[in-house]
Design a protein around this ligand. Sequence first.
Ligand code: KG4
Ligand code: ZN
Length: 374
Amino acid sequence: MGDLNSKKILAIETSFDDTGAAVLFGRKVISNVLASSVDLHRKWGGVVPSIARQAHLDNIEYVSAEALTRGKVSIEEIDYIAVTYGPGLAIALEVGLDYAKKLAYNNKKSLIPVNHMEGHFFSPFALNSKGKVFSSSGVNIESGINVKKFYPIIGFLISGNHTELVVSEKLGEYEIIGETLDDACGEAFDKVARMLNYGYPGGPIINRVVKKYRKSNKRWRDDLDKFSLPVPMEHSGDLNFSFSGLKTASLYKINSLREERSDEMMWAPQFCNEFIHVVSRSLEVKLISAIKKYPSLKSMVLGGGVVHNEIILRGLSSIGRRNGLDVLIPDKRLRTDNAAMIGVAAYFNLLAGYKGLKGKSILTVERVPGLRLG
Ligand code: KG4
Ligand code: ZN
């Protein structure tokens, strides 16, 4: 197979609303191009599958060509084409997968179908084009480091579609030890933001509102149970999550506050402050239990759009560090969906001994919208 670190990978990602393509040499990200369709969904308050599909169709060719141009490689020089085949929206996944299959078939390249969640899991292991660590989490993961030393790893994947705790004892082996029973964590942010007429996507907006609130109110800690919001699943005794109860409680509270008070500009930031606190607590409680349950863990990886939230990020990282784990955090550009992380996951699939499609024709690979890790 030769030196994996010099293998050229073209990665493609269309599982949700962003069309992504990236070129990697091994796990070094040479180019990472993204066309977001978020503006087209904003007025609907969430992602509309048919609009996402059309945007992928409009963008996929240009985004892939641009990734190759910026990566200064031609399709002939590429060794592997990696593509997300699940989980995600069926009609969105289809666009990237069809494109990648045809590209691989026509150019006689090997295809590596990648699990999107494995992409989030490996996103902190991406290196920049010089082979240096992308993000500054303080842990050295540079080329030449034997990444196997980080195992067993606990992954906390928190995005707009997923909230999962995953344990990986060995490269390529996963066990989901906790997951959401209903809404994903990012979705809860988006829904509460919508109730407050903040726009879409809500996570970054609520985050900004709370940062400002905490900056101008030194006593923000005194306000954390003003609205009696519940910490979801705090005493459930398992490692699962649930955000629909909090969503309903938020809706009732917001409605009654609107009836009782006219100063929404005053109470809304206070409400968001408490909302982030209870969400963060519910993630922290489960992480603490998980670490206790799996005492041999060596490191923790964080992935997904919600990792952008500094309050949540700080809380989870400090629990990991306090328990002696190396904490690996993806670069800001690799937290929300992107193709570079799909390329990094493909690299690790190769490292784990990926043997190709075992005689199956590339053209028969199908999307799996409900794909799970493990
Ligand atoms: O990983 P991602 O792009 O999507 C999925 O794969 O699902 O994450 C998008 C999610 C959205 O729900 C968005 O509201 C949330 O990440 N998000 C945040 C923040 N930035 C993005 N949530 C909380 N705080 C943030 N700063
Ligand atoms: Zn994602």
